[in-house]
Write a protein that binds this ligand. Structure first.
Ligand SMILES: [Cu+2]
Length: 151
């Protein structure tokens, strides 16, 4: 019986955790910057716990000359990437938006040098309302990201 009560207590705690915190948070920042190409991409999860819409409007990534916000679109049978409409990724109030492989991403253009997997990288994200949010991303290889993307 005790374990049943404990179970419900844990459910309650879980429910409490999912109540909007009133903040905009960014998690699971992964940077695909290991390849010897001049580009790369960054994926992350934005949770808008506030009651007003916000939008990611830009980012600064060390070692990236130009940073753009991109989405993937189907052009006939070909998947292409292009800058997001209006130059921003809208995160509606109370919702979560995921930037992930094959979809929305932060594009690193004019990358200076490839980075080692496991490296931490400081990224400054600019939001329309929340302003600048500094996050730490982990440099991972594309294969690792494939595995982590459903987390
Ligand atoms: Cu892109």
């Amino acid at each position: 019986m005790k374990s049943v009560r404990l179970f419900f207590l844990m459910l309650l705690l879980l429910a409490a955790c999912s109540i909007p915190s009133g903040e905009l948070t960014v998690e699971n920042v992964r940077a695909n910057l290991t390849l010897p190409s001049s580009t790369g991409s960054v994926w992350l999860v934005i949770e808008n716990g506030t009651d007003s819409d916000d939008a990611l409007i830009g980012a600064e990534i060390p070692g990236c000359g130009v940073v753009e916000l991109h989405d993937m679109i189907m052009d006939g049978d070909v998947m292409k990437m292009q800058p997001v409409e209006g130059g921003k990724v809208i995160v509606p109030a109370g919702e979560t938006v995921e930037l992930k492989m094959g979809g929305l991403h932060i594009m690193c253009i004019d990358k200076e040098a490839p980075l080692e997997p496991g490296t931490s990288i400081a990224i400054a994200l600019q939001f329309e309302n929340a302003g600048t949010i500094n996050v730490t991303g982990e440099v991972v290889e594309p294969g690792e990201m494939e595995m982590k993307k459903d987390n």
